[in-house]
Design a binder for this molecule. Structure first.
Ligand SMILES: [Zn+2]
Length: 160
């Protein structure tokens, strides 16, 4: 079975758009297992497959209420707006105030390939929006003010 490890910014894989999962098979279930192991060991509350270098539309979340795994998640509608400072396992020591929708209606496949729809709000809705961003190559720094973004890029080029 494939080995996975956490990827850090500026690893180019974090900027790629992940592909939809065609078949929810044992390889996908293995990926979800690895993802949850890595998420829990880093005390994260969400993780997307591209963060392990796997360009598949798979994400997990656990805000302390149990593990949710979603395959090919799609936000159908969303309501409200909310700001909160977010971190990211792939960007240690970076915190960005991110505007998200307060509640979202999501359609996805579970790990048994059943199609599900859920309405989520609060922190769960936020984490899911953060992880779906990862599936599209979007990172929290993209929400930072231009000057902060410039500073981050400079720091990365200088490797300090
Ligand atoms: Zn993240």
């Amino acid at each position: 079975m494939k080995q996975y490890e956490l990827k850090f910014y500026p690893d180019p894989v974090l900027r790629k758009v992940a592909s939809p999962v065609i078949k929810v098979n044992d390889a996908i279930r293995h990926l979800i297992k690895k993802m949850s192991k890595i998420m829990y060991s880093h005390k994260g509350i969400g993780l997307a497959a591209p963060q392990l270098g796997a360009l598949e539309r798979v994400m997990i979340a656990d805000i302390g209420e149990g593990l949710i795994s979603m395959i090919n998640p799609e936000i159908l509608t969303g309501f409200g707006e909310d700001y909160l400072e977010e971190g990211c396992l792939s960007l240690p020591e970076t915190v960005v105030n991110v505007k998200r929708q307060q509640s979202v209606f999501v359609r996805y496949l579970d790990k048994n390939e059943n199609e599900r729809e859920s309405e989520l709000d609060g922190l769960t809705a936020r984490v899911i929006q953060h992880e779906i961003d990862h599936l599209n190559g979007v990172l929290i720094i993209d929400y930072a003010p231009v000057l902060d973004r410039l500073k981050l890029n400079i720091l990365n080029e200088l490797k300090i």
